[in-house]
Design a protein. Sequence first.
Lengths: 426, 67
Amino acid sequence: MTGAVAAINCTNCGAGLEVLGGGRVTTQVCGYCGAALDSNNNYRVLKVYANMERPPTPFRLGMVGEVEGVPFTIIGILGQVERYEGKTWRWVDHMLYSPTHGYAWITLEDGHTVLTRKTRDWPSGSFLTAAAVERAESRPTRNWRGKTYTYYATSTWTTEFAEGEFNWRARVGETGTSVSTMPKGLASDKLTFVQRPEGERELEVSRYFPEAAQVFGAEPPLPSGVHPLQPYVPSPSKGFYKRWFGGLTLVAGAAMLFFFTAGDSRVVLHRGLAAEVPPEFTFDVSDTTRPVRIQLRHGLSQAWAEWAVEVQDPTGAPLAETMRGISYYSGGSGDESWSEGSRFADVTFRPTTAGTYRLKLDMAASATPAQAQQTLDVTVREGLTNGLWMAIVAACFALAFLAVSSSHLMHRARRWSGSDWSEDDD
Amino acid sequence: MGRVIMMAVTLGMLGAAGYASWFGLGTLSRDTGAAAVAAARTTGRVGATSVRSGSIGNRSSGTFRVK
């Protein structure tokens, strides 16, 4: 049959069908009427699968493409489905045939294409079944060709569409179980243990094959998400973005430190006992573009106090007539200690004009002696900056830098995100 | 093009953060300014004669002098 294309007429509907597969083909499913024909018995009708819904795929029967230097022809298409806990996964298997290299598969799933071949080179250890996975207390592994393959997922699939030629009795409604394993490191290949209801066991090796559409002349599918077998390919811009966000993080971090410390030239208005606070302070402000902060530090312990604060600008206009509470409590037992409140309070205002400002502080004249005899520091600081904003953007840039730098790790995590091995199992 | 837009956006973020940090945005006390003083005087909730002090336990007691 090599070098020649044979054709038959469907014995159910009479449609012309090409015969593309080799001598091991046992079943041909008519793409027009859905009749499954016995290739080894004059194409008698085995069963008719009417009204099958054709799965979306850019590949067609008869397409020829070169895979690893060998011409293969697409001879069969299977639509597969898996349903589990209300979720549905669909993929399309395309059977390939080469007169010299036998059979292989191209699987299309979420726009990704994977090349699969059977192997008789079984790994060490027993065949990995779904039941063995259920019994396992940690992720099962198998060693194959010098690599350790770790359990990824179990899939119980059902065939819902068939067309073309197959080297077994392919039928709609056929079910099977596949247990897949992959190396933990870089994406390379997948080892799948396939078990059919009849008990037949097969071992398949798959690798990512994104050029499938190109080599078969099909319209390239649009991949979505990250496929478990998809190798990490760094973006050409990764180096630039890494340097860019790294540089921005350093600049923003340095600026943040500057703003948190810039202009920290406090003027001390009072440092002494709270009872000795003068009725009025004056201080000069020259920078009217940035806020002014008056800070109180009352050395209370196990007590609280409230201070009335009045601020007037050089014209006598009030800028603040308000209250500030200060409280500080602490305690402990053994090695444990606690504290609550703060000995600090402040009033921050925007200066209206340059000149001499007035500040009045008043604690109750009848305040308890214990509080009045505590120390009180009153300071004023003009040209106030706020490094919080620069800290926020520095954090954003640092996150972007980390995201770019760890993109390969995130890619690996996404590859394994479809694994059905839960943390509880681990 | 995308790279240029990203550079412009991030530099804009850096510039905006620099402006906000330099001019101390977000540091003003909400009860300062002429409007806040006028509002406080209207409600009478705060003022120079509204003073409290106190402590806990047996060490001392407090005094309240509120408008």
